[in-house]
Design a protein around this ligand. Structure first.
Ligand SMILES: [Zn+2]
Length: 484
Protein backbone atom coordinates (compact mmCIF):
# COMPACT_ATOMS: atom_id res chain seq x y z
CA UNK A 1 0.00 0.00 0.00
CA UNK A 2 2.80 2.32 0.97
CA UNK A 3 4.62 1.51 -2.28
CA UNK A 4 1.46 2.05 -4.27
CA UNK A 5 0.95 5.42 -2.57
CA UNK A 6 4.49 6.56 -3.24
CA UNK A 7 4.23 5.50 -6.89
CA UNK A 8 1.02 7.49 -7.04
CA UNK A 9 2.68 10.52 -5.42
CA UNK A 10 5.67 10.20 -7.73
CA UNK A 11 3.24 10.13 -10.64
CA UNK A 12 1.60 13.31 -9.37
CA UNK A 13 4.87 15.11 -8.86
CA UNK A 14 5.97 14.09 -12.37
CA UNK A 15 2.75 15.64 -13.69
CA UNK A 16 3.46 18.82 -11.72
CA UNK A 17 6.97 18.79 -13.19
CA UNK A 18 5.65 18.35 -16.73
CA UNK A 19 3.52 21.43 -16.20
CA UNK A 20 6.44 23.32 -14.70
CA UNK A 21 8.59 22.39 -17.69
CA UNK A 22 5.99 23.82 -20.01
CA UNK A 23 5.95 27.00 -17.92
CA UNK A 24 9.75 27.23 -18.14
CA UNK A 25 9.79 26.92 -21.93
CA UNK A 26 7.02 29.51 -22.17
CA UNK A 27 9.14 31.86 -20.02
CA UNK A 28 12.07 31.60 -22.41
CA UNK A 29 10.03 32.92 -25.34
CA UNK A 30 10.17 36.61 -26.35
CA UNK A 31 8.12 38.85 -24.09
CA UNK A 32 7.79 42.36 -22.71
CA UNK A 33 10.34 41.63 -19.94
CA UNK A 34 12.92 44.03 -21.35
CA UNK A 35 10.56 46.78 -22.45
CA UNK A 36 8.82 46.65 -19.06
CA UNK A 37 12.16 47.04 -17.32
CA UNK A 38 13.20 49.90 -19.60
CA UNK A 39 10.00 51.71 -18.76
CA UNK A 40 10.45 51.19 -15.02
CA UNK A 41 14.09 52.33 -14.97
CA UNK A 42 14.65 54.75 -17.87
CA UNK A 43 11.22 56.36 -17.92
CA UNK A 44 10.01 56.15 -14.31
CA UNK A 45 13.46 56.10 -12.67
CA UNK A 46 14.41 55.80 -8.99
CA UNK A 47 11.36 55.01 -6.81
CA UNK A 48 11.35 56.17 -3.22
CA UNK A 49 8.00 55.65 -1.46
CA UNK A 50 6.11 58.90 -1.15
CA UNK A 51 7.35 60.29 -4.46
CA UNK A 52 5.47 60.63 -7.78
CA UNK A 53 7.91 58.08 -9.29
CA UNK A 54 6.78 55.45 -6.79
CA UNK A 55 3.16 56.14 -7.66
CA UNK A 56 3.95 55.74 -11.34
CA UNK A 57 5.74 52.48 -10.54
CA UNK A 58 2.62 51.17 -8.80
CA UNK A 59 0.59 52.00 -11.92
CA UNK A 60 3.31 50.30 -14.00
CA UNK A 61 2.86 47.17 -11.87
CA UNK A 62 -0.92 47.20 -12.21
CA UNK A 63 -0.76 47.67 -15.99
CA UNK A 64 1.98 45.05 -16.35
CA UNK A 65 0.08 42.41 -14.40
CA UNK A 66 -3.13 43.10 -16.32
CA UNK A 67 -1.36 42.84 -19.66
CA UNK A 68 0.25 39.59 -18.49
CA UNK A 69 -3.18 38.08 -17.88
CA UNK A 70 -3.75 38.23 -14.11
CA UNK A 71 -7.14 37.04 -12.83
CA UNK A 72 -7.13 39.98 -10.41
CA UNK A 73 -4.86 42.88 -9.48
CA UNK A 74 -5.18 44.87 -6.26
CA UNK A 75 -3.30 47.81 -4.80
CA UNK A 76 -2.92 47.43 -1.04
CA UNK A 77 -2.02 50.57 0.85
CA UNK A 78 -0.05 50.83 4.06
CA UNK A 79 1.54 53.69 5.98
CA UNK A 80 5.17 54.67 6.51
CA UNK A 81 5.84 56.83 9.56
CA UNK A 82 7.91 59.59 7.92
CA UNK A 83 8.58 60.78 4.40
CA UNK A 84 12.14 61.71 3.54
CA UNK A 85 13.98 63.37 0.65
CA UNK A 86 17.49 64.72 0.35
CA UNK A 87 18.11 68.42 -0.10
CA UNK A 88 21.31 70.03 -1.31
CA UNK A 89 23.81 68.25 0.97
CA UNK A 90 27.13 70.07 1.11
CA UNK A 91 30.38 69.27 2.82
CA UNK A 92 33.81 70.83 2.57
CA UNK A 93 37.04 70.72 4.49
CA UNK A 94 37.81 74.34 5.35
CA UNK A 95 40.94 74.47 7.45
CA UNK A 96 43.84 74.33 7.31
CA UNK A 97 43.36 72.97 3.76
CA UNK A 98 40.26 73.74 1.77
CA UNK A 99 38.49 71.32 -0.58
CA UNK A 100 35.00 70.12 -1.46
CA UNK A 101 33.92 66.67 -0.31
CA UNK A 102 31.49 64.61 -2.38
CA UNK A 103 28.74 63.68 0.08
CA UNK A 104 25.17 62.42 0.21
CA UNK A 105 22.95 62.13 3.24
CA UNK A 106 22.12 58.71 4.63
CA UNK A 107 18.44 58.02 3.98
CA UNK A 108 15.95 58.76 6.74
CA UNK A 109 18.71 60.64 8.59
CA UNK A 110 17.83 63.94 10.28
CA UNK A 111 18.47 67.39 8.91
CA UNK A 112 21.56 69.34 9.91
CA UNK A 113 21.43 73.12 9.55
CA UNK A 114 24.59 74.64 8.10
CA UNK A 115 27.45 74.18 10.56
CA UNK A 116 30.79 75.93 10.21
CA UNK A 117 34.21 74.87 11.40
CA UNK A 118 33.33 71.46 12.85
CA UNK A 119 36.37 69.65 14.25
CA UNK A 120 36.87 66.32 12.47
CA UNK A 121 37.70 63.16 14.40
CA UNK A 122 38.83 59.84 12.95
CA UNK A 123 37.07 57.00 14.81
CA UNK A 124 38.55 54.14 12.77
CA UNK A 125 35.89 51.64 11.80
CA UNK A 126 33.76 52.73 14.74
CA UNK A 127 34.67 49.96 17.17
CA UNK A 128 34.39 50.65 20.94
CA UNK A 129 38.17 50.63 21.45
CA UNK A 130 38.61 53.05 18.54
CA UNK A 131 36.07 55.44 20.05
CA UNK A 132 37.90 55.15 23.38
CA UNK A 133 41.18 56.04 21.65
CA UNK A 134 39.57 59.01 19.87
CA UNK A 135 38.68 60.57 23.25
CA UNK A 136 36.30 63.53 23.42
CA UNK A 137 34.00 63.57 20.38
CA UNK A 138 31.43 66.08 21.60
CA UNK A 139 30.62 68.68 18.96
CA UNK A 140 32.70 66.80 16.36
CA UNK A 141 32.14 65.48 12.87
CA UNK A 142 33.22 61.84 13.02
CA UNK A 143 34.82 60.18 10.03
CA UNK A 144 34.50 56.39 9.77
CA UNK A 145 36.75 54.10 7.73
CA UNK A 146 35.42 51.30 5.55
CA UNK A 147 36.90 48.44 3.56
CA UNK A 148 36.25 48.17 -0.14
CA UNK A 149 33.27 45.91 -0.77
CA UNK A 150 33.81 42.72 -2.75
CA UNK A 151 31.62 40.03 -1.21
CA UNK A 152 28.12 39.67 0.20
CA UNK A 153 29.72 39.39 3.66
CA UNK A 154 31.24 42.88 3.26
CA UNK A 155 27.81 44.30 2.58
CA UNK A 156 26.24 42.58 5.59
CA UNK A 157 29.12 43.84 7.74
CA UNK A 158 28.44 47.43 6.64
CA UNK A 159 24.85 47.19 7.90
CA UNK A 160 25.79 45.34 11.06
CA UNK A 161 28.60 47.71 12.11
CA UNK A 162 26.67 50.94 11.69
CA UNK A 163 24.24 50.69 14.65
CA UNK A 164 27.09 50.40 17.18
CA UNK A 165 28.92 53.34 15.61
CA UNK A 166 25.76 55.45 15.72
CA UNK A 167 25.10 54.47 19.34
CA UNK A 168 28.59 55.53 20.41
CA UNK A 169 28.41 58.75 18.37
CA UNK A 170 25.12 59.76 20.00
CA UNK A 171 26.41 58.87 23.47
CA UNK A 172 29.54 60.96 22.97
CA UNK A 173 27.62 63.99 21.70
CA UNK A 174 28.98 64.04 18.13
CA UNK A 175 27.27 66.45 15.71
CA UNK A 176 27.31 64.15 12.68
CA UNK A 177 28.94 61.08 11.15
CA UNK A 178 30.66 60.82 7.74
CA UNK A 179 30.96 57.22 6.55
CA UNK A 180 33.57 56.40 3.90
CA UNK A 181 32.08 54.94 0.70
CA UNK A 182 32.89 51.25 0.25
CA UNK A 183 33.23 51.81 -3.54
CA UNK A 184 36.16 53.42 -5.33
CA UNK A 185 36.21 56.09 -8.07
CA UNK A 186 34.09 58.67 -6.24
CA UNK A 187 31.00 56.44 -6.36
CA UNK A 188 28.27 57.39 -3.92
CA UNK A 189 25.25 55.40 -2.86
CA UNK A 190 22.20 55.72 -0.68
CA UNK A 191 22.45 53.98 2.63
CA UNK A 192 20.02 53.81 5.50
CA UNK A 193 20.46 52.66 9.04
CA UNK A 194 16.88 53.35 10.09
CA UNK A 195 14.89 50.18 10.74
CA UNK A 196 11.34 50.98 9.74
CA UNK A 197 10.93 54.43 8.23
CA UNK A 198 11.66 56.30 11.46
CA UNK A 199 14.02 59.28 11.40
CA UNK A 200 17.46 58.25 12.64
CA UNK A 201 19.17 59.69 15.71
CA UNK A 202 22.07 61.64 14.26
CA UNK A 203 22.84 63.40 10.95
CA UNK A 204 24.90 61.17 8.65
CA UNK A 205 26.56 61.45 5.28
CA UNK A 206 28.31 59.02 3.01
CA UNK A 207 31.45 60.53 1.49
CA UNK A 208 33.52 59.59 -1.54
CA UNK A 209 36.14 56.95 -0.77
CA UNK A 210 38.98 59.10 -2.13
CA UNK A 211 37.92 62.26 -0.24
CA UNK A 212 37.71 60.22 2.97
CA UNK A 213 41.15 58.73 2.39
CA UNK A 214 42.58 62.26 1.93
CA UNK A 215 40.97 63.33 5.22
CA UNK A 216 42.36 60.27 7.03
CA UNK A 217 45.87 60.98 5.74
CA UNK A 218 45.73 64.62 6.83
CA UNK A 219 44.41 63.70 10.27
CA UNK A 220 47.02 60.95 10.65
CA UNK A 221 49.79 63.48 9.91
CA UNK A 222 48.73 65.33 13.04
CA UNK A 223 46.71 68.17 11.51
CA UNK A 224 43.58 69.49 13.18
CA UNK A 225 41.01 69.48 10.39
CA UNK A 226 37.76 71.44 10.26
CA UNK A 227 34.77 71.09 7.97
CA UNK A 228 31.56 72.86 7.01
CA UNK A 229 28.53 70.64 6.69
CA UNK A 230 24.91 71.20 5.72
CA UNK A 231 22.29 68.46 5.33
CA UNK A 232 18.96 70.13 4.52
CA UNK A 233 16.85 66.96 4.24
CA UNK A 234 13.11 67.37 3.71
CA UNK A 235 11.28 65.35 6.31
CA UNK A 236 7.52 64.92 6.50
CA UNK A 237 4.95 62.99 8.47
CA UNK A 238 3.06 59.74 7.86
CA UNK A 239 2.12 58.87 4.32
CA UNK A 240 0.69 55.99 2.32
CA UNK A 241 2.55 53.71 -0.04
CA UNK A 242 1.26 50.55 -1.70
CA UNK A 243 2.03 46.94 -2.62
CA UNK A 244 0.71 45.59 -5.92
CA UNK A 245 -0.82 42.11 -5.64
CA UNK A 246 -1.82 40.04 -8.69
CA UNK A 247 -3.34 36.60 -8.60
CA UNK A 248 -3.75 33.56 -10.81
CA UNK A 249 -6.53 31.43 -9.31
CA UNK A 250 -5.86 27.77 -8.53
CA UNK A 251 -8.07 25.00 -9.91
CA UNK A 252 -8.56 22.80 -6.83
CA UNK A 253 -7.62 24.73 -3.71
CA UNK A 254 -7.90 28.37 -4.74
CA UNK A 255 -7.87 29.63 -1.13
CA UNK A 256 -4.37 28.21 -0.65
CA UNK A 257 -1.56 30.06 -2.38
CA UNK A 258 2.13 30.41 -3.18
CA UNK A 259 3.76 33.87 -3.29
CA UNK A 260 6.35 35.06 -5.79
CA UNK A 261 7.58 38.45 -4.61
CA UNK A 262 10.11 41.20 -5.29
CA UNK A 263 10.27 44.79 -4.18
CA UNK A 264 9.29 47.53 -6.57
CA UNK A 265 10.67 50.53 -4.67
CA UNK A 266 14.31 51.60 -4.96
CA UNK A 267 16.73 54.35 -4.05
CA UNK A 268 16.93 57.30 -6.38
CA UNK A 269 20.56 58.17 -7.05
CA UNK A 270 20.42 55.60 -9.84
CA UNK A 271 17.28 54.11 -11.35
CA UNK A 272 16.99 50.92 -9.28
CA UNK A 273 17.68 48.47 -12.12
CA UNK A 274 19.63 45.72 -10.34
CA UNK A 275 17.99 46.56 -7.02
CA UNK A 276 15.35 45.56 -7.72
CA UNK A 277 13.68 46.67 -10.96
CA UNK A 278 14.90 43.63 -12.86
CA UNK A 279 13.24 41.29 -10.39
CA UNK A 280 10.03 43.31 -10.28
CA UNK A 281 9.91 42.84 -14.07
CA UNK A 282 10.69 39.15 -13.50
CA UNK A 283 7.63 38.73 -11.24
CA UNK A 284 5.34 40.18 -13.92
CA UNK A 285 6.91 38.05 -16.64
CA UNK A 286 6.59 34.90 -14.51
CA UNK A 287 2.85 35.52 -14.32
CA UNK A 288 2.80 36.03 -18.09
CA UNK A 289 4.62 32.72 -18.68
CA UNK A 290 2.34 30.69 -16.40
CA UNK A 291 -0.78 32.22 -17.93
CA UNK A 292 0.56 31.67 -21.46
CA UNK A 293 1.22 27.98 -20.71
CA UNK A 294 -2.55 27.53 -20.48
CA UNK A 295 -2.08 25.49 -17.29
CA UNK A 296 -3.81 26.09 -14.00
CA UNK A 297 -2.03 24.92 -10.86
CA UNK A 298 -4.01 23.39 -8.01
CA UNK A 299 -3.34 26.28 -5.64
CA UNK A 300 -3.47 29.98 -6.47
CA UNK A 301 -0.32 32.01 -7.01
CA UNK A 302 0.03 35.58 -5.79
CA UNK A 303 2.58 37.78 -7.51
CA UNK A 304 3.50 40.64 -5.21
CA UNK A 305 5.46 43.83 -5.85
CA UNK A 306 6.30 45.19 -2.42
CA UNK A 307 6.95 48.83 -1.59
CA UNK A 308 8.95 50.22 1.34
CA UNK A 309 11.52 47.42 1.25
CA UNK A 310 14.47 49.79 1.36
CA UNK A 311 13.08 51.53 4.44
CA UNK A 312 12.94 48.23 6.37
CA UNK A 313 10.73 45.72 4.53
CA UNK A 314 7.74 47.83 5.52
CA UNK A 315 5.48 46.71 2.66
CA UNK A 316 5.97 42.98 3.14
CA UNK A 317 5.57 43.38 6.88
CA UNK A 318 2.32 45.27 6.27
CA UNK A 319 1.13 42.50 3.92
CA UNK A 320 1.76 39.88 6.60
CA UNK A 321 -0.05 41.97 9.22
CA UNK A 322 -3.07 42.60 6.97
CA UNK A 323 -3.25 38.97 5.82
CA UNK A 324 -2.38 37.34 9.15
CA UNK A 325 -5.56 35.21 9.06
CA UNK A 326 -4.31 33.63 5.81
CA UNK A 327 -0.86 32.56 7.01
CA UNK A 328 -1.96 28.89 7.30
CA UNK A 329 -3.08 29.06 3.68
CA UNK A 330 0.28 30.14 2.27
CA UNK A 331 2.10 27.06 0.97
CA UNK A 332 5.39 28.85 0.26
CA UNK A 333 6.97 32.26 -0.46
CA UNK A 334 9.74 32.82 -3.01
CA UNK A 335 11.59 36.15 -3.09
CA UNK A 336 14.22 37.44 -5.54
CA UNK A 337 16.25 40.52 -4.60
CA UNK A 338 19.89 40.31 -5.68
CA UNK A 339 20.13 41.74 -9.17
CA UNK A 340 20.73 39.63 -12.26
CA UNK A 341 23.78 37.59 -11.21
CA UNK A 342 23.24 33.89 -11.83
CA UNK A 343 20.91 32.15 -9.36
CA UNK A 344 22.98 29.45 -7.70
CA UNK A 345 20.28 28.15 -5.41
CA UNK A 346 17.28 28.78 -3.24
CA UNK A 347 17.76 29.12 0.52
CA UNK A 348 15.15 27.63 2.82
CA UNK A 349 16.06 29.61 5.94
CA UNK A 350 17.35 26.62 7.85
CA UNK A 351 14.35 24.38 7.13
CA UNK A 352 15.67 20.94 6.26
CA UNK A 353 12.14 19.54 5.84
CA UNK A 354 11.39 22.13 3.16
CA UNK A 355 14.70 21.51 1.45
CA UNK A 356 14.05 17.78 1.03
CA UNK A 357 10.52 18.28 -0.26
CA UNK A 358 11.34 21.21 -2.55
CA UNK A 359 14.26 19.26 -4.03
CA UNK A 360 11.69 16.94 -5.62
CA UNK A 361 10.19 19.91 -7.50
CA UNK A 362 13.50 21.18 -8.89
CA UNK A 363 13.60 19.13 -12.10
CA UNK A 364 12.32 21.88 -14.41
CA UNK A 365 14.58 24.48 -12.74
CA UNK A 366 17.55 22.21 -13.39
CA UNK A 367 16.54 21.95 -17.04
CA UNK A 368 17.27 25.68 -17.26
CA UNK A 369 20.43 25.53 -15.11
CA UNK A 370 21.56 22.13 -13.89
CA UNK A 371 23.71 23.69 -11.14
CA UNK A 372 20.90 25.33 -9.15
CA UNK A 373 20.74 23.87 -5.63
CA UNK A 374 18.58 24.11 -2.56
CA UNK A 375 20.44 25.27 0.53
CA UNK A 376 19.52 25.69 4.18
CA UNK A 377 21.04 29.19 4.39
CA UNK A 378 19.13 31.99 6.08
CA UNK A 379 19.11 35.73 5.57
CA UNK A 380 17.30 38.69 7.00
CA UNK A 381 17.58 41.44 4.41
CA UNK A 382 14.55 41.09 2.19
CA UNK A 383 10.79 40.64 1.93
CA UNK A 384 10.53 36.97 2.91
CA UNK A 385 11.45 37.86 6.50
CA UNK A 386 8.03 38.52 7.99
CA UNK A 387 6.61 35.39 6.30
CA UNK A 388 9.56 33.47 7.75
CA UNK A 389 8.78 34.93 11.20
CA UNK A 390 5.24 33.54 10.76
CA UNK A 391 6.56 30.01 10.17
CA UNK A 392 5.60 29.96 6.47
CA UNK A 393 8.10 28.05 4.25
CA UNK A 394 10.26 30.61 2.44
CA UNK A 395 12.76 30.39 -0.39
CA UNK A 396 15.19 33.20 -1.21
CA UNK A 397 17.21 33.17 -4.44
CA UNK A 398 20.95 32.94 -3.74
CA UNK A 399 22.76 34.76 -6.53
CA UNK A 400 26.31 35.34 -7.67
CA UNK A 401 27.56 38.83 -6.83
CA UNK A 402 28.23 39.56 -10.55
CA UNK A 403 28.05 43.39 -10.83
CA UNK A 404 25.56 43.81 -7.99
CA UNK A 405 27.77 45.03 -5.16
CA UNK A 406 29.71 47.77 -6.97
CA UNK A 407 26.41 49.26 -8.18
CA UNK A 408 24.38 48.56 -5.04
CA UNK A 409 22.14 51.57 -4.19
CA UNK A 410 24.54 53.68 -6.25
CA UNK A 411 24.31 56.32 -8.94
CA UNK A 412 25.40 53.60 -11.36
CA UNK A 413 22.50 51.18 -10.76
CA UNK A 414 20.95 51.68 -14.20
CA UNK A 415 19.36 49.57 -16.95
CA UNK A 416 22.65 48.92 -18.77
CA UNK A 417 23.90 46.88 -15.78
CA UNK A 418 21.18 44.22 -16.11
CA UNK A 419 22.15 40.92 -17.71
CA UNK A 420 18.99 40.36 -19.76
CA UNK A 421 19.69 36.80 -20.98
CA UNK A 422 20.40 35.74 -17.40
CA UNK A 423 17.29 37.54 -16.13
CA UNK A 424 15.16 35.65 -18.66
CA UNK A 425 16.57 32.36 -17.35
CA UNK A 426 15.59 33.47 -13.86
CA UNK A 427 12.05 34.12 -15.04
CA UNK A 428 11.95 30.53 -16.29
CA UNK A 429 13.41 29.11 -13.06
CA UNK A 430 11.20 31.04 -10.68
CA UNK A 431 8.03 30.63 -12.74
CA UNK A 432 8.65 26.87 -12.97
CA UNK A 433 9.34 26.61 -9.26
CA UNK A 434 6.30 28.58 -8.07
CA UNK A 435 4.14 26.62 -10.51
CA UNK A 436 5.46 23.32 -9.12
CA UNK A 437 4.98 24.54 -5.54
CA UNK A 438 1.40 25.53 -6.33
CA UNK A 439 0.59 22.38 -8.27
CA UNK A 440 2.21 19.76 -6.03
CA UNK A 441 -0.33 17.54 -4.17
CA UNK A 442 1.48 18.00 -0.86
CA UNK A 443 3.00 21.20 0.47
CA UNK A 444 6.78 21.34 0.83
CA UNK A 445 6.38 21.79 4.56
CA UNK A 446 3.95 22.82 7.29
CA UNK A 447 3.66 26.22 8.87
CA UNK A 448 5.93 25.85 11.89
CA UNK A 449 5.57 27.27 15.39
CA UNK A 450 7.45 29.98 17.25
CA UNK A 451 9.83 27.61 19.07
CA UNK A 452 10.78 25.89 15.80
CA UNK A 453 11.26 29.20 14.00
CA UNK A 454 13.55 30.38 16.78
CA UNK A 455 15.48 27.08 16.72
CA UNK A 456 16.09 27.52 12.96
CA UNK A 457 17.26 31.10 13.53
CA UNK A 458 19.76 29.99 16.16
CA UNK A 459 21.01 27.05 14.10
CA UNK A 460 21.67 29.26 11.07
CA UNK A 461 23.01 32.15 13.23
CA UNK A 462 20.35 34.38 11.74
CA UNK A 463 19.68 35.53 15.31
CA UNK A 464 23.15 37.16 15.33
CA UNK A 465 22.41 39.23 12.20
CA UNK A 466 19.06 40.24 13.63
CA UNK A 467 20.61 41.26 16.96
CA UNK A 468 23.19 43.42 15.16
CA UNK A 469 20.56 45.30 13.17
CA UNK A 470 18.09 45.57 16.06
CA UNK A 471 15.30 43.50 14.48
CA UNK A 472 15.73 40.74 17.07
CA UNK A 473 14.15 42.98 19.75
CA UNK A 474 10.92 43.07 17.74
CA UNK A 475 10.92 39.28 17.44
CA UNK A 476 11.74 38.86 21.11
CA UNK A 477 9.01 41.16 22.40
CA UNK A 478 6.42 39.68 20.04
CA UNK A 479 6.00 42.77 17.83
CA UNK A 480 6.86 40.56 14.88
CA UNK A 481 6.26 36.91 14.10
CA UNK A 482 4.07 34.01 15.09
CA UNK A 483 2.82 34.19 18.66
CA UNK A 484 2.40 30.45 19.40
ZN1 LIG B 1 16.66 45.07 -2.83
Amino acid sequence: MKTFLSVLLLGYSLCAQDGASRVASEALKPSTLESNLRMLTDQIGGRVPGTPAMEKAVQWGVAGFKAAGADSVTVEQFTISNSWAEGNTRMSVTAPESFEVRAVSAAWAPTLEAKRHLPMVDVGEGKPEEFAKAGDISGALLVVHSSEMHKWEDLFAEYENAPGTIERAVKGGAIAIAFQSTRPHDLLYRHTNALAGEIDRVPMVLIAREDAARIFRLLASGEKLYADLEIPNRIGGRFESANVVAELKGSERPDEYVVLGAHLDSWELGTGALDNGCNAALVIDALRAIKASGLKPKRSIRFILFSGEEEGMIGSRAYVTTHRAEMDKIAAVLVVDSGSGRITGFATGGRKDVQAAAARLMGPVKQVDSQVRLTTGAESGTDHLDFFFEGVPTLVADQEEANYLINYHAESDTFDKVDMPQLRKHVAETAALVFALADSPARVGPRIHRAEIERDMRETHLDEDLKATGIWREWENGMRGRQD
